[in-house]
Design a protein around this ligand. Structure first.
Ligand code: ADP
Length: 187
């Protein structure tokens, strides 16, 4: 099973990840986690990516492409049960690149899950979370970036017949149940 998890910052993608991994045996790659690891390790990529992350902007694609390509190839090789991408793709150029990467290894996507939460709720959640890039100004910018760059992917995947929308409010368990009913049908 090969899926993309789509949702605004704070929509709860990370929170649902463990349950999805456990139930379906997929491996996951979260580009935000990979980038934060590069920053902590003080790599060249980390140094160049950090100012964009601190501002809540997308890291330019030419910087992240190699990292993502490596991560994806490794996942596809290591785990025959599939993968779940979290935080990628984040704009149309990335979505098209992902299609090409997956076509090359003959492993197209099975589904895209869009976790839908309204913005007021998201700001509340993120302000309570306290990660380094979770101050109000950065949050607003990340939401703006989501709206401008990532939200068009909803239509992109709808047209491909891959989109499944999940209401992202309620308890973690409620949302997990909704996700399961979708993924069980395609697993
Ligand atoms: P959130 O979804 O909560 O904003 P992430 O951990 O997914 O958090 O991303 C944190 C930051 O890492 C983003 O604001 C962005 O700067 C950078 N980032 C993550 N994934 C990508 C990507 N695919 N392309 C460009 N930048 C990215």
């Amino acid at each position: 099973m090969r899926i993309v998890l789509l949702g605004a910052p704070g929509s709860g993608k990370g929170t649902q990840t463990d349950a999805i991994i456990e139930r379906y045996g997929v491996s996951t790659v979260a580009t935000g986690d990979l980038l934060r690891a590069e920053v902590s390790a003080g790599t060249e990529l980390g140094k160049r990516a950090k100012p964009y992350m601190d501002a809540g902007d997308l890291v330019p694609f030419d910087l992240v492409l190699g990292m993502i390509e490596n991560g994806l190839n490794a996942l596809a090789r290591i785990n025959p049960r599939g993968f779940m991408m979290d935080g990628f793709p984040r704009d149309l150029a990335q979505a098209e690149a992902l299609d090409q990467l997956l076509a090359k290894i003959n492993q197209p996507l099975d589904a895209v899950l869009f976790i839908e939460v309204d913005y007021e709720e998201i700001v509340k959640r993120l302000l309570g979370r306290g990660r380094a890039d979770d101050n109000e100004e950065t949050i607003r910018n990340r939401l703006r970036v989501f709206e401008e760059k990532t939200a068009p992917l909803i239509d992109y995947y709808k047209k491909k017949g891959l989109l499944h929308t999940v209401k992202g409010t309620g308890t973690v368990g409620d949302i997990g149940t909704r996700i399961r009913s979708i993924l069980d049908a395609i697993a």
